[in-house]
Design a protein around this ligand. Structure first.
Ligand code: IMP
Ligand code: MG
Length: 191
């Protein structure tokens, strides 16, 4: 079976239009390091891992399995409004948390922090709910386009250059979230 969208002889995962930035092995090793740090930092706390759908779903699922502690998981879905390609900081909650976070130690799990505007607004919203603590873990940090320079990422997977990346949960127009690695799309015009 061949995919109509991929060049002949290649598959979604071997698409020559993708340049691999981090392999699944490199990601797994880094996630395990973050998990070990989080385990040490949250021992004795009441941890809730809040995944921000959809992009962080893959990282969230992997990260929780490296944290050797009792914990709860929850999810939010937000849509960030873009002005052209840049986010405006206007955030609409599409799905809110299922459970209250009062007195909980919340770790927000994101796929990538770019301008930081989505996270800034999300942390403001969560910040009004009486959590014991709120911190941030992001698989990727793209610092160059950052608008909110005050935003602190407590646990960062990889710091990346100012390129558009896909895979491991990150998409381009809904595609590529299932790639088991992180890649740059070389020519966005091509499939
Ligand atoms: P912000 O600019 O920090 O508000 O980022 C908003 C959202 O844009 C992120 O949560 C991602 O979903 C998306 N985003 C930013 N950079 C990339 C990228 O390189 N690839 C895929 N999605 C991205
Ligand atoms: Mg996101």
């Amino acid at each position: 079976m061949s995919s109509a969208a991929s060049p002949l002889g290649s598959t979604e995962f071997t698409n020559p239009n993708l340049e691999v930035l981090y392999t699944r092995e490199e990601i797994a090793a880094r996630v395990a390091e973050l998990g070990a740090r989080i385990t040490a930092d949250y021992t004795g706390k009441d941890l809730v891992l809040v995944g921000v759908l959809k992009g962080s779903s893959v990282f969230h699922a992997d990260l929780m399995r490296t944290i050797d502690l009792p914990l709860a998981v929850d999810f939010m879905a937000v849509s960030s409004y873009k002005d052209g390609t840049q986010s405006t900081g206007d955030v609409e909650i599409l799905k809110d948390l299922s459970n209250p976070i009062r007195d909980k130690d919340v770790l927000v799990v994101e796929d990538i922090v770019d301008t930081g505007l989505t996270l800034t607004r999300l942390l403001e919203i969560l910040g009004s709910r009486g959590a014991a603590s709120i911190r941030l873990a992001s698989l990727l940090d793209k610092p160059e386009p950052r608008i909110n320079k005050e935003l602190t990422i407590d646990y960062t997977g990889f710091v990346i250059p100012n390129r558009f990346v896909v895979g491991f949960g990150l998409d381009a127009a809904g595609r590529y979230r299932n790639l088991p690695f992180i890649a740059v799309v070389k020519d966005p015009e091509k499939a």
